[in-house]
Unconditional design. Structure first.
Length: 264
């Protein structure tokens, strides 16, 4: 065989060996061609929105904004609330710097949930601008229930001057979907610190008037009676009197006798 031919045959044999080597040599692991997808987002815990504040707190914030008060202005506060089948009943107390003769203000509301997302708290009934108390401070407010269908509030206030003290109790209730003033009567009478009482014992008066709701069911469509107990001393004698106040549907208020409206 000629040298040239021998060279070509050797070259081809070498190439075949290299190819066979490459064919038999294991290929390095390259890993998956596609990176696995991350876990499904739905499997992660859902982020819950923060719970809504209670209805009274949300309404208070809205009222402060509406009246152009600071969000934390303590002059406007929730002074009483009552949860009822008719909704949430709320009393807001508005304080102000004022003279002795001027009191604060109490506003009454019947609230319901907003009608839609982002809407303000719904107000089904309101009675605003009830003046009470003194020195810019409104009277104390407490809830009351007049039977099953007339929830409301009692506003208590008192004034003392020159030894004379006069306490007053005002009753408001939600009747047939509207706020109504139902009664105004005394809660306390006392002149024990006055010169009049000091000069003449027969002129001394110290009386407390307690109020409760008659537990007996009233006639259909009527409000229950109010029971008033008057106890104390007058003209040096013990006093213990009882009164029953009936609701007058024609007037839309309770009939209050003059003895429970007296003053000095």
């Amino acid at each position: 065989m000629k040298p040239v031919t021998l060279f070509i045959v050797s070259l081809l044999a070498g190439a075949a060996g290299v190819g066979l080597y490459l064919y038999l040599k294991p290929v390095p692991e390259l890993g998956p061609a596609i990176t696995p997808a991350p876990p499904e987002l739905a499997s992660a815990p859902a982020v819950q929105p923060p719970p809504l504040a209670p209805l009274p707190a949300r309404f208070l914030a809205e009222e402060r904004a509406r009246r152009r008060l600071a969000p934390d202005d303590a002059s406007l506060t929730v002074c009483a609330e009552l949860a009822d089948a008719q909704g949430t009943l709320l009393a807001l107390c508005d304080e102000d710097d004022a003279s002795r003769a001027e009191g604060g203000r109490v506003d009454l509301y019947q609230l319901a949930e907003p009608t839609g997302p982002g809407e303000p708290v719904a107000v089904a009934a309101r009675l605003e601008g009830i003046e009470s108390g003194g020195f810019g401070q409104p009277g104390a407010v407490r809830p009351i229930r007049l039977g099953a269908h007339a929830p409301g509030f009692v506003v208590e206030e008192g004034q003392t001057a020159q030894g004379y003290s006069v306490g007053t109790r005002s009753l408001f209730a939600l009747v047939d979907g509207a706020w109504r003033p139902l009664a105004r009567l005394r809660s306390h009478l006392d002149n024990s610190g006055s010169g009049e009482c000091g000069r003449d014992r027969a002129a001394c008066v110290e009386l407390d008037f307690s109020l409760s709701v008659d537990a007996h069911a009233p006639p259909s469509g009527a409000l229950p009676a109010l029971l008033v107990a008057v106890d104390g001393t007058e003209a040096g004698r013990r006093v213990s009197r009882r009164y029953t106040l009936r609701y007058d549907a024609r007037r839309g208020a309770y009939a209050v006798p003059a003895a429970l409206e007296r003053t000095f």
